[in-house]
Design a protein around this ligand. Structure first.
Ligand code: ATP
Length: 354
């Protein structure tokens, strides 16, 4: 892991920051938001310059860096630092580069990289969330213990790929991929809400925590193929016999709002997770998402945390029903750039970059 001291020393030479990210996932929003806050931008692309940015001039990066693979970004670190680059991580950036390589990238990066080891290991993630007091779906220790519908998932952010439902040990054995680390949770029946928060250690107003404050910038629900549409074809057992197995690959996102009476709990959970992160590893900074299911008893179960910008925030490039009540037109991408701007003005960049 690159040390905070090394990053602080790089930052001492920074003046005119360039915001960079990998050309995928939420890059349009990140570049657009950075530009709104007056930053220059750089897009890192694999193989060749993507053409789709030509269709979105307000979100097209000022320049591109083309590399052969994600790992090659590491070789370009010196040049990127010379350009005064700050990288903004997103799900694809970290997952495709590999969290170990990403942890070593000697370029200032938005957020606290210590969070990676607490997020990428599902055991540690559970330890963090449950010790924060956040309710999670029950964990099933061993496949032999499956006595109810369960949800089986692999380690890392896979956009739902590979996850499956099992009702017993037989189902599990049929679907499990050998050699992959997995976690088994009870299958929670309810409605899914993916809540987008932003924690600022620099802010002094708003929903105050012991240090800094917490914002809610939006909520989405994911479209997942093919599970979301499979009901149209009838009962799952019959489908299974036909070789049609439910999958959870994310194909898009829909905007949603919570019942207003759920907001106090949503904020309480966000607060608990941030406060605990300060005790465990010096604090999670910036955007994060609690991925939840609300049952008909109006109880949340948090099945996962994503500790950086999630793709569902792409719905809210022009603001959301929540961010409109803090500052109209504030996207998560723009909020990240705003935080960097504030950090720069207050001489506190080292508190939000690592
Ligand atoms: P991500 O890209 O968010 O990291 P992932 O591949 O890690 O995705 P999860 O987000 O954990 O996978 O789960 C994928 C989908 O499976 C969820 O969006 C949700 O629809 C469903 N799901 C996950 N856990 C449960 C659960 N305990 N009960 C019911 N459904 C669940």
């Amino acid at each position: 892991m690159v040390t905070r001291k090394a990053i602080a020393s790089i930052l001492s030479d920074y003046g005119d920051i360039v915001i960079a990210t990998v050309c995928s996932h939420s890059s349009l929003q990140i570049f657009h938001g950075a530009r709104q806050e007056g930053f220059r931008t750089l897009g890192i692309a694999i193989g060749k310059q993507p053409r789709f940015y030509d269709a979105f001039p307000l979100a097209k990066p000022d320049e591109f860096l083309i590399v052969d693979s994600y790992a090659d970004i590491l070789d370009q670190a010196e040049d990127l630092v010379a350009k005064q680059v700050v990288t903004v991580p997103h799900g694809s950036f970290v997952e495709y580069m590999g969290s170990e390589v990403f942890a070593k990238l000697p370029i200032p990066t938005f957020g606290n990289r210590e969070v990676l080891k607490w997020e990428s290991d599902r055991e540690k993630q559970r330890e963090w969330l449950t010790s924060a007091g956040v309710p999670m779906p029950m964990k099933i220790e061993r496949p032999q213990d499956i006595d109810r519908p369960v949800f089986v998932k692999y380690y890392g952010a896979k956009g739902g790929r590979g996850s499956f439902i099992a009702k017993n040990h037989e189902d599990f054995k049929e679907s499990i991929q050998p050699g992959m680390k997995y976690a088994i949770q009870e299958y929670v029946v309810g409605t899914r809400y993916y809540m987008h928060y932003f924690y600022s250690p620099l802010a002094s107003s708003g929903y105050a925590l012991s240090r800094g404050s917490l914002e809610m910038l939006g909520v989405d629900r994911r479209d997942e193929a093919n599970i979301d549409e499979m009901y149209k074809l009838g009962a799952q057992e019959a489908l299974r016999k036909m070789g049609l197995l439910p999958t959870f690959v994310v194909t898009g996102n829909m905007p949603v709002v919570l019942r207003e009476s759920l907001l106090p709990k949503a904020f309480e959970m966000g607060e608990q997770v941030v406060e605990r992160s300060m005790e465990l590893f010096g604090g999670m900074i910036g955007p994060f998402c609690l991925e939840t299911i609300v049952t008909d008893k109006l109880e949340f179960k948090v099945f996962e945390i994503s500790t950086r910008i999630v793709a569902g925030t792409n719905l809210f490039i022009a603001g959301s029903p929540y961010s409109d009540l803090t500052e109209p037109g504030m996207s998560t991408g723009r909020r990240i750039a705003r935080e960097i701007r504030i950090g720069q003005k207050q001489g506190r960049l080292a508190d939000i970059l690592s």
